[in-house]
Design a protein around this ligand. Structure first.
Ligand code: AMP
Length: 422
């Protein structure tokens, strides 16, 4: 038997119903914040991703040569493609330019729950705005999308890579030791961070002070530690303003400072943020974003850019774990013509109802009423119309309520009337 490729999934109609509903919800939140949708190709030139991250990224990609010998790759994310598109054709657009996307991404990851080789991301890029309110609104949008999806328990963490660098400098941590620290910081493995700092011959008091700062949720502690570093004061003030806006203007209830957010230093700079769903355990990160710099690298005129990407599949997993009640597939009406002569009439009524947006199916197998009712029930039909030869002569049909089992004879116009009103 032929099998599905590792790390990919088929989605049933019931699953697609849920996915499309949530996707619709995400789209409408983006639109409500003034973002416009953008679509880019599923594959890109490999270089688009190596120019930023180096050749080492190739082992995480689905790259291939096409018949013309071009080295291409399925996209692992959408920020670089959107920035390529911006540089190619959108640079003259009035700023700020707000773009959002929804699309599948491919990574040669080790598959596990919440981690796939094909997955979907919903994200956006804010181009040409760098004020604290621009960033606070961006973060609020990410938070609101997840909330509007129906998630109850999510938490927002905000970091800043420029401030993190200043902390490293303050404690005299060498670039080599910084490199060793980053993977541990990223995973919040503070015992490993401590060990690495001790190994780097930092005085004991510095190690503990540094760890405390990396774990603090109090912006004042960071401020105090860096008060003698003039270059960093504006960044700290911006962070304070963003926090204050998030709390008192945008009313984001669950936000902390987390200096240990790393998110790949070569890509982001300054503000970074993550939103997690603690219910998910190991793979709990639903969203990552921040301020970054790609336009110059892609040959465009540099303008400030920030954005985020939400993991769509993982967000659905979080909803499932929170026991969210998802919509079920259902039919509004199932129509059973009792004799072959009535098949035409059945489709006529179905056609009229479908034109009004009612979800209708007609028995296609010429089965008896008993079997058809059983099928209608398996399709979660709310009502069944039984068209019998005697009734139809009087323009009436039998309408059965599938929940109560009650049946009544009603004129055909009445069904139309009922569904026009509702
Ligand atoms: P990133 O582009 O790595 O910052 O990822 C943004 C979001 O996409 C993460 O927070 C995850 O929710 C999701 N994500 C990343 N990689 C995967 C994957 N392999 N499978 C499923 N979701 C993923």
């Amino acid at each position: 038997m032929l099998e599905i490729p590792r790390g990919t999934r088929d989605f049933t109609s019931a699953e697609m119903l849920i996915r499309r509903k949530i996707e619709e919800n995400i789209r409408s939140t983006f639109l409500s914040y003034g973002y416009g949708e953008i679509q880019t190709p599923t594959f890109e030139h490999l270089e688009l991703f190596t120019v930023k991250s180096g050749e080492s990224i190739i082992q995480e990609l689905y790259d291939f040569k096409d018949k013309g010998g071009r080295h291409l790759t399925l996209r692992p994310e959408l920020t670089a493609p959107v920035m390529r598109c911006y540089v190619e054709k959108l640079q003259m657009e009035p700023k700020p330019l707000k773009l959002f996307y929804f699309g599948n991404c491919f990574r040669y990851d080790r598959p596990q729950k919440g981690r796939y080789r094909e997955f979907w991301q919903a994200g956006c890029e804010l181009i040409g705005a760098n004020t604290p309110e621009a960033h606070a609104e961006l973060i609020t949008l990410a938070y609101t999308i997840l909330k509007n999806m129906g998630l109850q328990n999510i938490h927002l963490n905000i970091g800043n890579l420029t401030i993190l660098q200043a902390v490293f400098q303050k404690f005299g941590i060498s670039p080599l030791d910084q490199k060793k620290l980053l993977p541990f910081l990223d995973k919040a493995q503070f015992e490993e961070v401590r060990r690495t700092l001790y190994d780097s011959n930092l005085p004991d008091t510095h190690v503990e002070q540094c760890i405390s700062l990396l774990q603090t949720t109090d912006v004042n502690e960071i401020k105090k530690c860096l008060e003698d570093a003039p270059d960093i004061q504006e960044e700290i003030t911006n962070m304070e303003t963003i926090l204050q806006l998030l709390q008192s203007v945008f009313h984001v209830p669950s936000v902390s400072i987390k200096l240990s957010i790393v998110r790949g230093l070569d890509y982001y700079k300054s503000l970074v943020f993550e939103i997690e769903a603690p219910v998910l355990g190991a793979e709990k990160q639903l969203c990552g974003g921040g301020v970054y710099d790609l336009i110059g690298l892609f040959g465009g005129t540099p303008v400030p850019t920030a954005g985020f990407a939400i993991g769509f599949d993982r967000s659905i997993l979080a909803l499932e774990t929170e026991q969210y009640v998802f919509p079920q597939p259902r039919l509004d009406i199932f129509i059973i013509p009792v004799t072959e002569e009535l098949i035409g009439k059945a489709f006529e009524i179905a056609g009229m109802l479908r034109n009004k947006g009612v979800t209708v199916d007609v028995d296609l197998l010429r089965r008896g009423i008993g079997k058809s009712l059983k099928y209608a029930s398996s399709r979660n039909a709310q009502k069944v119309i039984i068209i019998g030869p005697n009734e139809i002569q009087n323009n009436v049909v039998t309408l059965r309520d599938m929940h109560s089992g009650n049946q009544k004879t009603i004129p055909i116009e009445e069904i139309m009337h009922y569904y026009t009103k509702s």
